[in-house]
Design a protein around this ligand. Structure first.
Ligand code: 5AD
Length: 358
């Protein structure tokens, strides 16, 4: 057994490693060692979730955003982005279409758009829940006030995704303009968990200026926060942003980190993300082989999908029709897994972090 495999075994037993060992695990490894890491990640996922893969219908409801994050294609300062916002009716149509196909979780994702008021959103959420009571609603709408998160939860929202982006304050500064802060982001995440949302954080892999130490800090944050979901994807440059000239993150490192997170937190919901799909062929299979258990096909109307461009060449495939979904199902079956219909909740909804609720 190589030293690397010993470390993988230690992570499987203890669910944590010291910084130096963590660094060895995520740094370059030979193919055999990486296969071993991924095998252990799959074993951890299968133990909790069996061979079930959960699907979520992603609906990109608005690409207006008041923020100006340097990496993001829908940043406020990008005048070349064609802006759109779905109406409540269009959102309900996407949900209806997804429901007929078998989706039981819908993710409403959008920029921080002032038009997405609490009233607008609570109406949409409560109508969706009234009509489709067996569905879960996930929101991914950025930073909002405690009161707003509370109202949306009371209207029926079940889960919230808010990537922390980086757990290093200095690195956070390099990715975001003044006015945004790491502390604010963490406060939002704590509010979400405190209210009772199944909460997701996450980060881009190999975003500009990211170091291995930064990634270790991300891992430590995830350990302490104990989110129910972790969204990970490679950074991919967008041509109309300040980071246009930077290199994209690699699939190899993204997959290793996905596996490490799975082994650390066997119960976590771990999506194989669109960004991964953009840089790797057959990403869903590849993600599942690394321990992912969630796929988020895009149910947005075609005009919206094209405009919701966070990065160059975003994969715009989706499963808004039955044919595409059946191809996806077969594809997943070919590696011995099954797409299941159901809400697909985290098996440990009571996960308590050690960061205090605020
Ligand atoms: N490359 C990869 N991921 C990106 N995101 C935003 N811009 C990019 C990019 N250029 C991710 C961020 C955000 C999520 C919605 O998309 O992590 O939280």
């Amino acid at each position: 057994m190589t030293n690397y495999r010993h470390l993988v075994d230690e992570l499987s037993c203890r669910h944590t490693l010291c910084d130096a060992d963590m660094r060895k695990l995520i740094s370059n490894a030979d193919d055999g060692d990486v296969s071993y890491l991924m095998e252990k990640a799959r074993e951890a996922a299968v133990e909790v979730y069996g061979r079930d893969i959960y699907i979520r219908g992603l609906i990109e409801i608005s690409n207006y955003c008041r923020n100006n994050c340097y990496y993001c294609g829908i940043r406020r300062g990008n005048d070349r982005a064609e802006r759109y916002r779905l109406t409540a009716r269009e959102i309900m149509e996407c949900i209806e279409c997804g429901y007929q196909l078998g989706f039981r979780t819908f993710v409403l994702q959008g920029g921080e758009d002032a038009a997405l008021t609490d009233d607008f959103l609570t109406d949409v959420i409560s109508s969706a829940k009234a009509r489709y009571g067996d569905c879960a609603i996930t929101l991914s709408l950025g930073e909002r006030t405690y009161e707003s998160y509370r109202k949306l939860y009371d209207a029926g929202a079940d889960r919230y995704l808010l990537r922390h982006e980086t757990a290093d304050r200095g690195h956070y500064r390099k990715l975001h303009p003044d006015g945004m802060s790491y502390d604010k982001r963490i406060e939002c995440l704590l509010h979400l968990k405190g209210i009772g949302y199944q909460t997701g954080c996450g980060m881009m892999i190999e975003s500009p200026y990211q170091t291995v130490d930064n990634i270790i800090k991300d891992i430590r944050l995830i350990e302490r926060l104990k989110p129910h979901m972790v969204g990970l994807g490679p950074f991919i440059p967008h041509k109309d942003t300040s980071f246009a000239g930077y290199r994209a993150g690699s699939a190899a490192l993204t997959l290793r980190i996905m596996s490490v997170i799975r082994i650390m937190m066997p119960d976590v919901l771990l999506p194989s993300t669109t960004a991964l799909e953009t840089i790797v062929g057959d990403a869903h299979k590849t993600g599942i082989m690394a321990g992912c258990n969630v796929i988020m096909p895009n149910l947005s109307p075609v005009h919206a999908k094209k405009k919701y461009m966070l990065y160059n060449n975003k994969a715009v495939s989706g499963s808004e029709d039955a044919l595409e979904l059946s191809v996806l199902k077969k594809n997943i079956q070919s590696i011995g897994y099954n797409i299941v219909t159901g809400r697909g909740d985290c098996k440990r909804p009571d996960l308590k972090g050690i960061l205090p609720d605020v």
